[in-house]
Design a protein around this ligand. Structure first.
Ligand SMILES: [Zn+2]
Length: 171
């Protein structure tokens, strides 16, 4: 696939990172940050929603999405909770960040998927955005279903490890 200079439109001599031979503009491909929520309850479960759109339509995912421009990832995580779950979650500790692939406009993009623990506010019903998710369910953290993106599988495994560590007596 030929890649073109976004500044002058000339075909680039190779795949990024590359310098345009015509105008010297440098093109890089960097992972785009996303922010996601591992919403837990006191039964050792997490909240998953079923994707309503491509890519990976119909598969389970943790609520989340792309960070906008200069938006702080933690703020993006809370915003995505409002948009996808209809509630303002209480953000907990950071779980981790992982490089993944997201197919967008027929192009595989590198993404940096960032995950936080979160809890639902008491007595606030979750209202899904039907454009984002068709249903929700609670799953055991230690036996999660296969998730839409492998970064979610990794984050859930790390979440369990973090929670187990927290349960250890501190001496
Ligand atoms: Zn150029």
């Amino acid at each position: 696939m030929t890649v073109f200079c976004t500044r002058c439109g000339a075909p680039l001599p190779g795949a990024p990172p590359v310098r345009c031979a015509a105008c010297a503009y440098e093109t890089y491909v960097n992972a785009r940050p996303t922010a996601s929520l591992i919403v837990t309850n006191d039964r050792g479960e997490f909240l998953a929603v079923r994707r309503a759109r491509e890519p990976q339509i119909g598969l389970w995912e943790t609520p989340g999405g792309f960070c906008d421009g200069w938006e702080e990832p933690a703020a993006a995580a809370v915003r995505e909770g409002v948009e996808e779950l209809g509630v303002e979650v209480r953000l907990g500790g950071f779980v981790g960040m992982y490089i993944g692939t997201y197919l967008f406009q027929d192009e595989p993009l590198p993404v940096l998927d960032c995950f936080w623990f979160a809890t639902l506010p008491p007595d606030a019903p979750v209202v899904l955005d039907p454009a984002e998710a068709t249903e929700m369910a609670w799953f055991s953290l230690v036996e999660p279903p296969g998730m839409a993106f492998s970064t979610m599988d990794r984050a859930l495994a790390d979440a369990v490890a973090l929670l187990c560590r927290k349960d250890q007596p501190t001496e």
